[in-house]
Design a protein around this ligand. Structure first.
Ligand code: URA
Length: 436
């Protein structure tokens, strides 16, 4: 089978058969498809699309491109959540211990930041000593004993996605429904899950910019996962503003600790979305009869400290400090320069260019320009104002944490430009967080 003929078939808008798709996936793993050929097929699929049968074949082939985990003798349901990528989205770090505290088992294989979006693995690496690449036997043992472990993608699970994703990232072919579907589900199916909650982010900080794209992606993921025997629920959620009040690796970990401990009031949108996604997981796993009962159970796991304790034990089991929750400031790195971003005028915050805010973090050094970049875990934004808040002129809309004054001043200008402030009395309606 000639590679160029497979590319030509898709370029002409025809469907690929299973053998052609398998040829491509083998070529990704054994290197027999060149970078140019992988990129060309990626662009052909981006422009011409794939039907459901092709998306299923691609998902299956990528899932079987490496090791497939199974958890045959687990005492409870094996569950996970995946987000399609956002800004300030730290929910995985709270969700895994909360679901574990309610009887679920969460072997979460998370990703790194991508483009303007943050990554769970990068956030965890802000914790000194935390290993995101433990030996497989340790991962297995920690999930079994504590109910959750969050680690990074290993080379042996869905390796085809690892290569294809890296190429898509630098060839402007990320935002394709069949490619995102196959990318996400190949990894989740290889992790041996029994239930998956999908958080499809939609808006100006997401890969799915429009509700139509979000809905199409949700349908595709639920159908392809269901066809492969993985029960999946998808929520379409708003990403037209930063989620929560912190963005940046160490700052988000601090936000997670505050959330789990509950010493300060929990930020409303973060709390709502965390409960909504966790509740879907408990219902999928048969741990609660409905989302209402699930939310009661989850709130109890927070109030009793059980979820915070799971998180603390997971961190320690993966090599982090045993007293991170008691003394986070002793461990989490902090930036030398912290400066407010003053509101340029009085009024209500009515808009946020969320992608631009994600890019501010990249420019501060908290995200990557190149795959090989080392991150500055200290930098980011905190005490970020939310849409709908009314500010007086000069009141801080956020605080920039930066490596030096010049970087802080650049970030202040960029955040100011990314936020829209209108007259406080003008009509304004809060967007719903869970859109569908
Ligand atoms: N997240 C993934 O894992 N893959 C994609 O293609 C997009 C978001």
């Amino acid at each position: 089978m000639l590679v160029q003929e497979i590319i030509r078939t898709k370029r002409e808008g025809k469907a690929l058969d299973e053998a052609q798709i398998q040829h491509f996936v083998h070529g990704l793993v054994d290197g027999s498809w060149s970078e140019g050929q992988v990129a060309a097929l990626g662009m052909a699929v981006f422009l011409r699309g794939m039907d459901r049968a092709e998306a299923v074949a691609l998902t299956r082939a990528m899932m079987h491109s490496g090791r497939v985990l199974s958890w045959p003798d687990m005492p409870g349901p094996v569950l996970d959540k995946h987000s399609s990528g956002g800004v300030g989205d730290k929910i995985s770090l709270m969700l895994a211990p909360m679901v574990a505290a309610c009887g679920g088992y969460v072997p979460m294989i998370a990703g790194r930041g991508l483009g303007h979006t943050g990554g769970t693995v990068d956030k965890l690496e802000a914790i000194p000593g935390y290993s995101t690449a433990p030996a497989p036997a340790d991962f297995d043992r920690i999930v079994r004993t504590l109910g959750c472990a969050i680690i990074g993608q290993t080379g042996d699970l869905a390796p085809a996605d690892k290569r294809f994703y890296a190429t898509r990232d630098v060839t402007a072919t990320v935002e394709s429904v069949p490619l995102i579907t196959a990318s996400i589900l190949s990894k989740k199916l290889a992790a041996g899950l029994q239930g998956l909650a999908m958080d499809i982010k939609c808006g100006n900080g997401a890969f799915a910019a429009t509700p139509e794209f979000g809905q199409e992606l949700a349908r595709s993921i639920v159908e392809v996962a269901g066809g492969a025997g993985l029960r999946t629920r998808a929520l379409i959620t708003d990403m037209n503003q930063v989620l929560g009040r912190e963005v940046g690796n160490a700052l988000e970990v601090q936000g997670v600790i505050d959330y789990l401990k509950g010493d300060k009031p929990r930020e409303a949108r973060t709390h709502e979305l965390t409960l909504a996604l966790c509740a879907e997981m408990l219902v999928l796993g048969g741990l609660a009869p409905d989302v209402g009962a699930a939310r009661v159970k989850l709130q109890a796991a927070l109030d009793s400290g059980a979820a915070a304790e799971r998180f603390a034990r997971m961190v320690a089991a993966l090599g982090g400090p045993v007293d991170l929750l008691e003394r986070p400031q002793a461990y989490l790195p902090s930036a030398p320069v912290v400066k407010p971003v003053p509101a340029p005028r009085a009024g209500r915050i009515t808009g946020m260019q969320t992608r631009d805010i994600g890019l501010v973090i990249v420019e501060l050094g908290g995200g990557r320009r190149l795959p090989s970049d080392t991150l500055d875990m200290r930098v980011g934004l905190d005490r970020m104002a939310q849409l709908g808040e009314v500010l007086s002129a000069g009141q801080p809309m956020a605080f920039v944490h930066a490596a030096d004054e010049a970087a802080a001043d650049r970030a202040i200008a960029q955040v100011t430009a990314a936020v829209t402030i209108a007259d406080a009395g003008a009509p304004w309606k809060a967007p719903s967080l869970v859109m569908a």
